[in-house]
Design a protein around this ligand. Structure first.
Ligand SMILES: [Zn+2]
Ligand SMILES: [Zn+2]
Length: 291
C-alpha cells in the first residue's frame, strides 16, 4: 500500500461520511432526505450504503456536493465469527453474497472499481481470526457512531491488531447513519483531494490522503528524519501508537492543553499513527505512516 501524507499534498479538504442507510434498507430517511441532511450539515460528500443493495444516487450530486454510491454487504463467515459487514464504496451493482466466499465478495468490489471497509469490528465481535484470512480491503472502521448505542463504537484495538499481525490498513470514522439525529454527523473523514469528483475522492481514499475525526482537527502531520510530529486543535492528550509495545502517550499538564507533539520512530517499527483526544473525550485519528 502506497500511502500519502495528506498534509504534504496539494488540494482541498473535503468532509465526508462513508457509511449511511436510507429507507431502501433499515434507515429512517428516504434517499433524497439522507443526502439533503448531510449536504445541509455542511458535508461535501456522502456514501449511501444500504444493506444488500445499490441505489442510483446520481440525481443527488450538485456542483458542491458529491453523492457516492455504495452498499453494505454481508457474506457469511467461515472463520468462526458472525456474518461480515463490509461497506463497499463506489460500486454500482449489488453483490449477491449468498454462497460467495468473503474473499470473492471483496474481489468483486475491487473489480467494480470500489473499495471495501471492514465495519464496526467491536460491535460484530470480530477478532483477528475473522480478519486475517481476508484480502482486498483497504480500511477498517476505527469508529462507528451508531454502534455507540451499545457503547461499542470504538474499534482501535481491532485496527492495531490488524496493523501488528496483518498488513497496512487505514482507519475510518463513520456515522453508519440510520436515524435522523442520534447517529448522524458525529464521526467523519476529512479527505485531501484535488477536486470534488468520485475519481479524486476514491484516489485519496486508496492512498490514505485523509484522517478521521469526531471533532478535533489535525492541522499538520510531518515525518522528517524519523521523527513524526503533529500539530492539532487543543488537546488533552496526544498519543503515538506503533507496533505492540511501542508508542508514546502525552497528557497535557493540569490546567494546560496540547497543540503539538513529536515522537522518534523506533528502529524497525512497522507503523506509527497519531490519536488526538480533546477536553470532552472526542478523538481524531491520523492514518499510519508505514515503514
Ligand atoms: Zn453493519
Ligand atoms: Zn451500516
Amino acid at each position: 500500500m502506497n500511502t500519502t501524507n495528506p498534509f504534504k499534498q496539494q488540494g482541498e479538504w473535503y468532509r465526508g461520511n462513508t457509511h449511511s442507510h436510507s429507507t431502501e434498507s433499515d434507515g429512517q430517511l428516504s434517499v433524497s432526505d439522507r443526502f439533503s441532511a448531510y449536504r445541509d450539515a455542511g458535508y461535501d460528500f456522502l456514501v449511501l450504503t444500504d444493506h444488500r443493495k445499490v441505489n442510483d444516487v446520481e440525481p443527488y450530486s450538485t456542483s458542491d456536493f458529491l453523492a457516492i454510491s455504495g452498499s453494505e454487504v454481508h457474506p457469511s463467515n467461515p472463520y468462526g465469527g458472525g456474518t461480515y459487514h463490509f461497506v463497499a464504496i463506489n460500486i454500482h451493482e449489488p453483490v449477491n453474497c449468498a454462497k460467495m466466499h468473503p474473499n470473492a465478495v471483496l474481489e468483486n468490489i475491487k473489480e467494480q472499481g470500489g473499495e471495501a471497509v471492514l465495519c464496526h469490528p467491536y460491535w460484530c465481535g470480530h477478532t483477528i481470526s475473522d480478519y486475517l484470512p481476508l484480502r482486498n480491503y483497504f480500511a477498517v472502521e476505527v469508529y462507528n457512531d451508531t454502534c455507540m448505542g451499545i457503547g461499542k463504537g470504538f474499534s482501535e484495538q481491532a485496527w492495531d491488531d490488524l496493523l501488528d499481525r496483518g498488513g497496512p490498513v487505514l482507519g475510518i470514522a463513520s456515522d453508519d447513519a440510520h436515524g435522523t439525529e442520534h447517529d448522524c454527523f458525529h464521526g467523519w473523514i476529512n479527505v485531501k483531494a484535488e477536486e470534488l469528483t468520485v475519481d479524486n475522492i476514491m484516489e485519496s481514499l486508496r492512498t490514505g490522503a485523509f484522517y478521521s475525526t469526531l471533532g478535533p482537527e489535525i492541522i499538520d502531520l510531518d515525518l522528517t528524519d524519523n521523527v513524526v510530529s503533529v500539530k492539532c486543535s487543543e488537546a488533552r492528550s496526544i498519543c503515538f501508537k506503533s507496533d505492540c509495545t511501542r508508542g508514546k502517550y502525552i497528557q497535557a499538564p493540569e490546567g494546560e492543553l496540547l497543540t503539538e507533539a513529536s515522537y522518534s520512530v523506533p528502529e524497525s517499527a512497522k507503523y506509527v499513527r497519531v490519536e488526538i483526544t480533546d477536553t470532552v473525550g472526542k478523538k481524531a485519528w491520523s492514518n499510519p505512516f508505514f515503514f
